[in-house]
Design a protein around this ligand. Structure first.
Ligand code: ADP
Ligand code: ZN
Length: 749
């Protein structure tokens, strides 16, 4: 990503002819021109307005006269429309204006990801559920002088007494306290004896206190915390990679940076890869600062969403913790961004506007002139390369906090110690679990696969149960008695007979999912108290928090889970982690398969031995000599990442080059193929740029749409956006075909 400072956003008043640009939350190429009627002459860029569009009324934002983008990112200028043909802006909404930094950010994200800016704006506004504004409530207090002709009944007298005896109250509350019906309040108001006043609710978020409960820092924690505090104090843009093994106190330390940000009177944003983590995080934050942070994610209720959006805009929400969408909140004074678990691919949004929240967070920090801290035990090669190039600072916590040591990691060669026929846990692993549980400690089994079995096969004819809409096998979920597609959500009851050869009871599950491992564990450890943690068995952050609580209270002996257990949980009594299939992520030819496997498995392994008792990790693998297994055993990630770098550098693979993918999809195979071929024929021919494909996508059919992919690879010093824009302008998709752009792709399916 180019590190250029965009010029300061234009804050000029509207043009003399009253023409303004209004960005609508619709997929247009840019803002549309409108006229500001004289009564709205005071409107400025950022104001949220309603405008006519055809026969509808749309909500939009008065946009800046010219986007503040580097030239290579600038979209083509719009066609001029004569002033006489412009329609007037209908109204200005009673909402805080969208800050200049956020408008600039919207322009930037749109230009970088080649998305319509209105769709990026929608992420900043959707938030705010404009249709139902939280109007300041109406309260009632007695008029200074009661009307002379007022008829005073005892009920009315009681209402006036209560209303006169404290702050204004809402009608319902007043009626309740006086023990009267709503009609009495209405009557008094109509008679002029009660006066309606606006009541402003108290700020919804308490102010966190940086001095509430600071930790005593150990090892090199104090040094690192001082460095981070200094970055916050500089009041300017900087990027720091905070690295440290699991349990070294990274969270503890970046909370010190948040403390510094609070002391400076500014707002902090913390991005987590998964919102399930927020419950434990919030609790920890509250213990440190004596107040809860504001939460932001897609499941927030409508009311809380509006309240939070406004509190972020007026600066009363001081710390926001959220998923990637929190990047688009209208911060009044952003002073710090933290991206926790920066290596997580969950930061990449794959549908709608395709963007990488970690990378866009860096852009947002730059525009806010604020420091950003990327946090990880296993940083991405992208971030390490930026450290190597001197673009990021690097801070490292060098050991686990206190007396905790790193767990011992061993591979378990499945060829030498295979499980019994039809089972998936090696006797070595089950023995270790028995030992740990026997000592009163906890154990965990990890398998990154939901359901019972990933494939169902007919033993008689070999038929494989496939999704009718996708190039994917159906996954058995035995507890729900269904076969389901993890890509499109299609499901069907598990058939009794093979749909192909009609043989009865011939369908057999192949391979394990976490349900099947649970079944095996229940049979193997009949006395153990087992808890399953999978994203489809835990209904949300609250359920996840409850499960985590049960583990912490030692009500569980064995935890079995999918990747949700890998996250930053702190389980002090857990000493053994068994990875059921360490090889699982290595297939598929994904550029980052090895890197990602190391990151994920190290994260899971990091759940073991976080307190006094030492931890042990067993990796079940058929390729124990694979560099990934060796890196996990030795714990030497730097040398593993150096090898990764050496493999990617010569071919200019990221981070040593840039990638942009085009995904063609269509209802018919022909439309998809013709469009893909046209893209191939029109592919740019430039020095330092190479186009791979078109080729059918690995997920050749998804939700009934036929898919082809092309991949553009460019040297790092080449901006791919103008090339892509030009390329796309030369190809018209066939009927029913669509071309999606994915800049810096993470998934290649
Ligand atoms: P990481 O984020 O690197 O995995 P954490 O910040 O979660 O590490 O720290 C691991 C555990 O050690 C947590 O329970 C945390 O509260 C504790 N811890 C770390 N540093 C300190 C400290 N200086 N004082 C007290 N507890 C600490
Ligand atoms: Zn499907």
């Amino acid at each position: 990503m180019p590190h250029r400072n965009p010029t300061q956003t234009d804050l000029l008043p509207p043009a003399p002819d009253g023409r303004v640009r209004v960005m609508l939350t619709l997929p247009f190429a840019g803002p549309l021109d409108y006229l500001l009627p004289p009564r709205l002459a005071a409107a400025r860029p950022g104001d949220i307005v309603s405008v006519p569009l055809g026969r509808r009324t749309e909500t939009g934002v008065i946009w800046d006269a010219a986007p503040s983008l580097p030239p290579e990112f600038r979209p083509p200028p719009p066609k001029e429309v004569a002033t006489s043909r412009l329609k007037p802006v209908a109204a200005r909404l009673d909402l805080p204006p969208l800050p200049a930094q956020l408008r600039q950010f919207v322009d930037w994200v749109a230009a970088y990801t080649l998305s319509p800016p209105g769709m990026v704006l929608a992420m900043a506004l959707r938030a705010n559920a404009l249709a139902a504004l939280p109007r300041p409530g109406t309260g009632y207090s007695p008029a200074p002088a009661l009307p002379a002709d007022l008829r005073l009944t005892p009920a009315r007298q009681k209402v006036l007494d209560i209303a006169g005896n404290g702050p204004p109250l809402p009608a319902a509350e007043l009626a309740r306290r006086a023990g009267v019906g709503a009609a009495v309040i209405r009557g008094l108001a109509q008679a002029g004896a009660l006066r309606a006043v606006e009541i402003t609710p108290p700020p919804p978020f308490a102010v966190p206190d940086p001095a509430h409960c600071p930790p005593t820092l150990g090892g090199n924690q104090a040094e690192v915390a001082t460095e981070l505090r200094a970055r916050v104090g500089e009041d300017s843009f900087s990027i720091t990679l905070l690295e440290g093994v699991t349990g070294s106190g990274k969270t503890e330390i970046y909370m010190e940076a948040i403390a510094a940000c609070l002391e400076a009177g500014k707002q902090a944003l913390v991005l987590l890869p998964e919102i399930a983590l927020s419950a434990q995080w919030t609790g920890r934050f509250a213990r440190r600062f004596g107040a809860e942070p504001a939460l932001w994610h897609s499941d927030l209720g409508a009311r809380l969403r509006r309240v939070t959006w406004r509190a972020v805009a007026d600066g009363t929400a001081r710390v926001v913790v959220g998923a990637r969408s929190a990047l688009f909140l209208p911060f009044a004074q952003l002073g710090l961004i933290i991206v926790d678990e920066e290596h997580e691919t969950a930061f990449k949004q794959e549908d709608g506007v395709t963007y990488h929240a970690r990378d866009m967070a860096v852009v947002r920090a730059r525009m806010s002139k604020a420091p950003i801290v990327l946090v990880s035990a296993t940083p991405s090669l992208e971030s390490l390369a930026n450290v190597g190039a001197g673009r990021y600072r690097h801070l490292k916590l060098n050991a686990r906090h206190g007396n905790a040591t790193m767990p011992v990691v061993e591979t378990l060669d499945m060829r030498a110690d295979p499980p019994e026929r039809g089972l998936f846990l090696s006797p070595v692993l089950t023995g270790a679990i028995n030992d740990a549980v026997g000592r009163g400690e906890q154990a965990m089994l990890f398998l990154n696969r939901r359901g019972y079995a990933p494939l169902t096969l007919c033993r008689t004819c070999g038929h494989r149960m496939q999704c009718p809409n996708c190039t994917a096998w159906l996954v058995e979920h035995r507890a729900r008695h269904i076969l389901t597609c993890h890509h499109c959500g299609y499901d069907e009851p598990i058939p009794q007979t093979c749909p192909k050869c009609a043989d009865a009871d011939s369908l057999t599950p192949i391979g394990p999912g976490v349900e099947r491992i649970t079944e095996e564990a229940r049979a193997t450890f009949p006395d153990a108290r087992i808890l399953v943690m999978a994203s489809d068995t835990l209904s949300g952050p609250a359920a996840t928090a409850a499960a985590v609580e049960r583990i912490a209270r030692r009500e569980v002996d064995l935890v079995i889970g999918t990747q949700i257990v890998a996250k930053g949980w702190h389980f002090p009594h857990l000493t053994l982690v068994g990875i059921v299939d360490a090889d699982l992520g290595l297939g598929g030819g994904d550029l980052r398969a090895s890197e990602r496997t190391v990151q994920l498995l190290h994260q899971v392994a990091g759940r073991a031995g976080r307190a006094e008792a030492p931890g042990r990790v067993l990796l079940q693998s058929y390729v124990p000599d694979h560099p990934v297994m060796q890196a996990l055993v030795s714990g030497n990630f730097s040398s593993f990442m150096e090898q990764e770098a050496e493999q990617r550098r010569p071919g200019f693979w990221p981070p040593y080059g840039r990638l942009a993918a085009l995904i063609v999809s269509a209802e018919t195979p022909d439309a998809a193929e013709l469009t893909a071929r046209a893209l191939g024929q029109n592919a740019p021919r430039l020095d330092g740029v190479q186009v791979l494909g078109p080729a059918p996508a690995p997920l050749a059919i998804l939700r009934g749409r036929h898919r082809h992919r092309l991949l553009l690879r460019a040297r790092r010093n080449i901006a791919v956006q103008p090339i892509m824009r030009e390329w796309l302008s030369r190809v018209k998709p066939e009927r029913g075909a669509r071309i999606d752009v994915d800049i810096d792709p993470v998934s290649f399916l």
